[in-house]
Design a protein around this ligand. Structure first.
Ligand SMILES: NC(=O)c1ccc[n+]([C@@H]2O[C@H](COP(=O)([O-])OP(=O)(O)OC[C@H]3O[C@@H](n4cnc5c(N)ncnc54)[C@H](OP(=O)(O)O)[C@@H]3O)[C@@H](O)[C@H]2O)c1
Length: 400
């Protein structure tokens, strides 16, 4: 159908590539390119015998725009799926513009030396993608990603106006380690140690990290402590959901995780300020990443489920209405299918779906867009087909 270049070969990419290889009718030719080519080759060797998808591999430093352009000119992809780190979003977007390829990612740009993510850097590319006739689809993971599609689906089918959105991300998986992160430790710890914030009545309200705590009784999991965080889809949904009055994001954390995190923070191990060690500069958080378990090794050990979804309140035909749409995913079932735990699975599957919808022309619109700006129906159908079925409740427990 057209060639797809996948950049990055970590936990999320591994799942997305497994799924592309299950979907050879759309992904008949993929190239896996990453910093460490041996990881791309190992995945190719694992999958080549069981798929009709033609797989090639390449080494690339995605911080180097010229190297990316050379790779794209040689491979000629129609679509580029960026599953490297948020630091590389802009160089990859620049290369897509130069080489004439559509762009998809799962996380918004974050400068490596400042722990701050926001969409302004990528939204600034809107005009250039529009003029080039290319689509850039931002945030096609689970959160952001499916959560935005859930909101667009609710607005299309169930509400005249949406007033309140609570996004709840519960991971009740147990990997048996005292402390480990389920996706890239550096990105994960930067996210959860930042100040929290939510959007209310037209402005941002900032909180201390983990200041706001609630307990929620998650379907198929049970009651869990969850904490308010800032999260990137709040920014785009606050803009794209007409009439919205408040939008919040909560994530569950166990006490052991929080105690370890606090201790690491207190001793300076989560800092991104370089320090001098044995005559050379090191970044404490990057050193911590090197000693923590690799998230891609957690698959065989992680047991339990995730539940991620949106509780949406608003009005339909003048009546107040509440709606909860969520997916429950089992860590061990994911591992049996693709060799990864559910956090990588719930991100890699929507990344493949976003790339599929751009690749097959269903979601093409010249410019830079977030997922909730497209028709949600084909994405919702694909979630049921490709391993992330969703469930609905019209009488959910609300979050106060
Ligand atoms: N939206 C969501 O729901 C969601 C959820 C989780 C994660 N994410 C995002 O998904 C992305 C991948 O996360 P992950 O857990 O898979 O991370 P990961 O396991 O650390 O994988 C990152 C991959 O990118 C490669 N890479 C890093 N820097 C590179 C560079 N300069 N050039 C080329 N390749 C480079 C790494 O290469 P090496 O193998 O050499 O290290 C690795 O293969 C991140 O952006 C993360 O924020 C999104």
């Amino acid at each position: 159908m057209g060639k797809t270049l996948i950049i990055g070969c970590g936990g999320v990419a591994s799942v997305a590539i497994h799924k592309c290889c299950q979907n050879s009718a759309v992904f008949d030719d993929i190239c896996i390119a990453s910093r460490t080519k041996s990881k791309c080759d190992a995945l190719k060797d694992k999958l080549a015998a069981q798929t009709a998808t033609r797989i090639s591999t390449a080494q690339v430093d995605a911080n180097d725009t010229a190297a990316l352009i050379r790779l794209m000119e040689a491979y000629q992809p129609e679509v580029v799926l960026n599953l490297a780190l948020p630091y590389q979003d802009l160089t990859i977007m620049d290369a897509c513009l130069a080489a004439g390829a559509h762009y998809i990612d799962t996380a918004n740009y974050e400068p490596e030396d400042t722990a701050k993510f926001e969409y302004k850097w990528q939204w600034a590319y809107k005009e250039r993608f529009a003029q080039a006739g290319l689509t850039a689809l931002l945030g096609s993971g689970f959160d952001p990603g499916v959560t935005g599609v859930f909101c667009a689906y609710a607005l299309k089918h169930y509400f005249d106006e949406i007033h309140y959105i609570d996004i709840l991300d519960c991971n009740a998986g147990d990997h048996g380690y005292p402390f480990a992160t389920n996706f890239n430790p550096e990105i994960n710890i930067r996210e959860v140690s930042a100040k929290g914030s939510y959007w209310q009545e037209g402005s941002w309200r900032e909180t201390e990290p983990m200041e706001i705590k609630r307990v929620y009784d998650f379907p198929e999991i049970g009651p869990k402590d969850m904490y308010l965080l800032h999260h990137e889809e709040l920014e785009s949904l606050a803009l794209h959901m007409p009439g919205i009055k408040r939008i919040r994001f909560f994530m569950t954390f166990g006490q052991s995780y929080l105690t370890h995190l606090k201790c690491l923070e207190n001793v300076g191990m989560t800092s991104i300020e370089p320090i001098e060690y044995q005559g050379r500069p090191i970044v404490p958080l990057q050193f911590l990443k090197a000693v923590l378990p690799d998230p891609s090794s957690l698959g065989p050990r992680t047991k339990g489920k995730t539940n991620i979804g949106c509780i949406i309140q608003g009005t339909k035909d003048g009546q107040d209405k509440a709606y909860y749409v969520y997916n429950v995913c089992d860590h061990q079932q994911c591992y049996q299918e693709v060799g990864s735990q559910a956090v990588a699975y719930t991100t890699g599957v929507p990344a493949m779906i976003g790339a599929m919808l751009v690749q097959n022309g269903t979601w093409r619109k010249p410019g830079v867009y977030n997922v909730e700006e497209f028709d949600p129906d084909p994405f919702m159908e694909a979630l049921n087909v490709w391993g992330l079925p969703w469930q609905e409740s019209f009488d959910p427990q609300l979050v106060d």
